[in-house]
Unconditional design. Structure first.
Length: 120
């Protein structure tokens, strides 16, 4: 019984470690696409800086064709960026809170790397 329990814990640990190891890889690949930064802090309305530029670039990559809009990659989160974030969140099944935290970054990185344009 003890061996099965230890084996199960080791397996669970390996699965968890593999999941943690792949999240930064997706983030790094997406950040290379735009090149502003690999940092993905929590962002919201009125945030500024390179992480906002990265966000704007990634949103442009996944939404330009289907939404027929383009965000200025200026690093200032204003009304247009806020609307694009909330729309992206709604289209991908996330709560439309307008906050770009780990879940929104993960969805956005996934779309940048695998899906191309979002049609919603």
């Amino acid at each position: 019984m003890r061996n099965r329990l230890v084996g199960g814990l080791v397996t669970a640990g390996l699965v968890l470690a593999a999941g943690i190891a792949t999240a930064p890889a997706a983030s790094a690949q997406a950040s290379q696409y735009c090149g502003y930064t690999g940092a993905q802090p929590t962002l919201r309305y009125n945030s500024t800086g390179d992480a906002v530029k990265q966000l704007q670039c990634e949103l442009n990559h996944v939404t330009y064709s289907s939404w027929n809009s383009h965000l200025d990659e200026d690093g200032d989160w204003g009304n247009a960026t806020d609307a694009a974030v909330r729309r992206f969140q709604g289209c991908t099944g996330l709560g439309q809170d307008g906050i770009v935290g780990p879940q929104t970054w993960d969805k956005l990185n996934g779309w940048v790397l695998t899906h191309g344009w979002i049609n919603c």
